[in-house]
Write a protein that binds this ligand. Structure first.
Ligand code: PLP
Length: 284
């Protein structure tokens, strides 16, 4: 596999980053994950807009213009012959002698990108739905910034695995669901309304979430952007997650409680189909 590392396209075994890179030492870095369908990038401009916001909230240097980043994404997809999968981008505050204070503004950003080949459209998760457990949300309070501080979500996924589930929905101190470890959480009420937590500092502003809400409202679904408890989710007609890597994937059990009939719900399946069709049509 060819990766992009600080200005060069290299075989992955030859790519190196500095021991002093602040992404490595302080998790002083942000990232994006863009899905690829038929060799084209899905929701690219949305991901770049969120990257700009993450960079600016942390006063991180820009790793390049949107056009330059698009060119790197395309070059990597092409060099790796990627048809379906993901492009991961990570931008760091660069390398500087270890110090809590930020290095001078002129320090060049660190930038790495790599591709991952992965089936996204036809998956067992989409076919069967996923089981989740609920866990306390122990992340920092600025979850709207897409930083690489992923240790807690990683631990929560391990906890889910140990419990025989595939993922975890995190619950804030207020007893309300924030989001999944790497996805936004949604439920469908008995009267068919789509309920998902409103945007704030508590959750990542999902690019797939935004696209799915737009498509759902075009479909005539009523949308309630509000928080919900694990109990409300367990009693809901349907539950599902959204993310660049899962698109729309049904949740069929929460803490061992079956959701609806315990199989992927009709709304989630329709939204998945519509999202994929739209993604294929608008990918660049
Ligand atoms: N929430 C969290 C915590 C995430 O890590 C992600 C994606 O990585 C999402 C939500 C979904 O965001 P997107 O739809 O932009 O992939």
């Amino acid at each position: 596999r060819i990766v992009y590392c600080n200005g060069a396209y290299l075989p992955e075994a030859e790519a190196t980053i500095s021991v002093f890179d602040r992404g490595f030492l302080f998790a002083d870095a942000v990232y994006e994950v863009v899905s690829v369908l038929g060799g084209k990038l899905v929701d690219f401009s949305g991901h770049m807009a969120r990257l700009r916001r993450s960079l600016s909230e942390l006063d991180l240097p820009s790793p390049g213009s949107d056009d330059e980043l698009l060119a790197i994404h395309r070059e990597l997809v092409q060099r790796n012959g990627l048809d379906e999968g993901l492009v991961y981008l990570q931008s760091t505050r660069g390398a500087a002698d270890r110090d809590f204070l930020f290095p001078p503004k002129e320090t060049p950003a660190g930038l790495v990108l790599f591709t991952q080949a992965k089936a996204l459209r036809q998956t067992e998760a989409a076919e069967r739905g996923l089981s989740v457990i609920t866990v306390p949300d122990l992340r920092w309070a600025r979850r709207d910034i897409k930083t690489v501080q992923l240790l807690y979500p990683s631990m929560a996924k391990m906890q889910a695995k140990a419990a025989g589930a595939q993922d975890a929905w995190m619950v804030g101190e207020d007893g309300l669901v924030t989001e999944g470890t790497s996805n936004n959480a949604h439920i469908v009420t008995a009267d068919g309304a789509l309920v998902t937590r409103a945007l704030s500092h508590s959750i990542l502003h999902g690019i797939t979430r935004a696209s799915v809400l737009r498509l759902a409202s075009e479909m005539g679904l009523s949308i309630e952007e509000r928080s919900f408890t694990p109990d409300e989710a367990k009693a809901a007609s349907e539950a599902f997650i959204t993310s660049a890597s899962s698109f729309v994937t049904a949740i069929v059990s929460i803490d061992g409680v079956a959701i609806g009939k315990g199989t992927p719900g009709e709304t989630a399946k329709r939204l998945r189909d519509i999202y994929i069709a739209e993604a294929e049509r608008t990918a660049i």
